[in-house]
Design a protein around this ligand. Structure first.
Ligand code: ZN
Length: 429
């Protein structure tokens, strides 16, 4: 059974000032080894190479999401809104706290190369033989499964899922503010307190009082700005690409029975695509960083070089490419290969897209649950039908294509490249 703590616990937090823990179950979850592991995983992966302040962890973000969910629910309960199912409070708080517990080190790059999925791992951690599972089951034997259902968005009550994942959810509200704070940028700011005052439960949905529309517009603009200015920063992309190439090379070498001088258990089983739950829980950024450090001395020249680049931040350079040109890109690969620069590991063409707000349409995925405004007549209207700003930023936004490559090596081989390829790479004709 969950009990209120005899004395409320607080965490000092730079974004929310304080994070309040009032339930024994929440306190016990925070103290499990699976949750403490999140201290060793950065929230923004390799972004610290671009914004040196971005060293904050998934631990602090998870507490922040919990705190926003707690405040949303507390507002619903203080106002006595009849449409809020009070019995869902603990479930919603647990799901908010645990929604990212399955993230591994540098998730984006690892997931791309090894096909792992942090949501799947979250469910395995919640449902498996873990401390976290025991704390949940102690509160209620059904709780582990319900938490997994909310996180995987298959739980039957939309409002519970919506607080954790929708287009206006505790997750996004926390990461925008937190990432803005730690990167030190001026974007990403919006009036959280105001939003928390204007949201309501209404016939199973979470809705926003129409008078709060401008606060929501501000939040969506903040999200739009953060994507293009921070999350998609080309230097961050470059560091992600180098890291991904390291994993691709290591995986290839492992498949070819290369004898690594340094390889520890969980990492070996990652390369073999044979991770157990215990292995996964041992994988953190320190372990990956240690391997990258050791691999700078490997006999394989490509692996050693890529690891040195990552460790000492000698990233790939990028140039913008205005339009897709497949034949030119094929030619580029061929010429680099002929010049002795392996395009599998030293070339990447990257195109970014983002959807700042996804207007309502049939079959919309759960994490794109739309934002509903509640007007004075108690009618729900989807926000893009009322707001010119939201309409303008809705839909898919596409950024520039960028070509990434190691500048000094390509420059060294410039004499072997044709003028059009040199021009493409910004080396002059
Ligand atoms: Zn999150």
């Amino acid at each position: 059974m969950n009990r209120p703590l005899r004395e409320e616990k607080v965490f000092k937090d730079p974004v929310h000032k304080y994070i309040y823990v009032q339930d024994e179950t929440i306190w016990n979850l925070i103290n499990t080894k699976e949750f403490q592991r999140l201290r060793r995983i950065r929230q923004l992966g390799t972004s610290f190479m671009t914004f040196h302040g971005a060293e904050h962890s998934r631990f602090s973000h998870s507490l922040g999401v919990y705190e926003i969910a707690r405040r949303i629910i507390s507002q619903f309960e203080r106002n006595g809104f009849a449409d809020w199912p009070r019995e869902e409070r603990l479930l919603c708080l647990c799901a908010a706290l645990l929604h990212d517990v399955g993230h591994g080190p540098f998730s984006h790059s690892v997931e791309k190369v090894f096909g792992t999925n942090h949501e799947e791992w979250t469910c395995r951690i919640v449902l498996g033989d873990t401390e976290l599972n025991r704390v949940l089951a102690e509160a209620d034997p059904e709780l582990p499964q319900s938490v997994a259902d909310v996180i995987c968005k298959s739980y039957g009550r939309e409002i519970v899922v919506g607080i954790i994942s929708s287009q206006l959810d505790a997750d996004r509200m926390d990461y925008l503010l937190r990432d803005a704070y730690f990167t030190g940028v001026n974007y990403g700011m919006f009036d959280l307190e105001r939003i928390l005052r204007v949201i309501r439960p209404h016939r199973g949905h979470m809705v926003v009082k129409e008078s709060g529309m401008h606060a929501i517009e501000d939040y969506l603009m903040a999200r739009y700005q953060m994507y293009w200015q921070v999350y998609f920063h080309p230097v961050t992309r470059s560091s992600e690409i180098v890291l991904r190439k390291i994993f691709e090379r290591a995986k290839r070498l492992y498949g070819d029975n290369y004898r690594f001088q340094f390889l520890i258990g969980p990492l070996e089983r990652l390369l073999a695509n044979d991770l157990s739950l215990d292995d996964y829980l041992m994988l953190d950024e320190s372990l990956v960083q240690a391997a990258i450090m050791q691999w700078t001395r490997e006999n394989d020249a490509i692996l050693a070089d890529l690891c040195g680049r990552f460790l000492h931040r000698r990233l790939f350079q990028y140039v913008a490419l205005d339009a897709a040109d497949e034949s030119l890109e094929r030619e580029l690969r061929a010429q680099l290969a002929a010049a002795g620069i392996d395009p599998d590991y030293y070339l990447e063409i990257d195109l970014l897209t983002d959807m700042p707000y996804d207007v309502y349409r049939p079959g919309i995925p759960e994490d794109s649950l739309p934002i509903w405004l509640l007007d004075e007549r108690d009618e729900c209207v989807e926000i893009s039908r009322k707001s010119d700003i939201v309409r303008t930023i809705s839909g898919i936004h596409t950024g520039k294509r960028h070509i990434y490559f190691p500048a000094e090596r390509v420059r060294g081989a410039a004499a072997r490249l044709t003028p059009d390829i040199r021009r493409l790479l910004g080396l002059g004709a």
